[in-house]
Design a protein around this ligand. Sequence first.
Ligand code: PDD
Length: 284
Amino acid sequence: MRTCWINGQFVPESDAKVSIFDRGVLFGDGVYEVAAVFNGRLLDADLHLARLVKSQAAIGLPAPLDTAAWLDVMQEVATANGIVEGLVYLQVTRGAAERDFPFPAQVSPTAFAWARPKRLSDDPNAVGVRVHAVPDIRWGRCDIKSTSMLAQVLAKNAARQAGAFEALMHEDGVVTEGGSSTLWMVKGGALFTRPLSSDILAGITRDVTLELAAELSIPVREEAFTVAQAIAADELFLTSATSFVLPITQVDDAQVAGRLVGPITTSLRNAYLARAERLTAAIV
Ligand code: PDD
């Protein structure tokens, strides 16, 4: 059985429980992070924890743990479960209190973390995935990594029912992001991704990919693109902490670039994997 961490204790999964009065359960009143585990070590957990701090601040949630304590918990939950490649999930909610929409006067946050294995270096999806286009029906603060995610649940469920790996969300035909990923296209040798705003999450993998693109001298334009442009792109791919850089070869029934994985996507994925190797090998 899995070992999880909740409110200061490592416990078997069956003992990791939250109250039915927890505001995470009642309102989705919480924030979360997902970081990769590579070679048994956390990858970019410091960057994810910096974003957690921002998400907590954005919703007025007191931080139950500081970054150093979270790093210990995250590494321990990965190690205790023998995760070599996988992910660590952590969540902070406002805590349990009598149901009332405004913040309770007396409440302490609920915090928990768990880990699970996932193939990262030899991800079977790296041959290219299909995405399903859906309208983005989310709220106005998509920059907060909130656990209120019914819109993404519906988008990604529609994608799965359509036989696709991920949802491609758009506002009136302009791509926002994936259901749980950042979207990118290559056109005429340049990399395009939507600029940061409250319309999308500031992906950690997005930041790293921008750095790698600079190292590889790939020109970048932080500009929005349409679904039609995505279909007509030379290359299309997504990024996330748990998919790294993943080629997209089909948007619904439309093939992208003859379903071939392009050279820029391939070099960015390889550079991402090499960086992950380098960073995790440096940690003892
Ligand atoms: N999702 N956009 C959305 C809406 C996301 O939920 C995510 C991550 C991303 C990519 O962010 P990052 O590169 O920091 O992982 C973009 C995580 C993986 C999840 O919910 O499982």
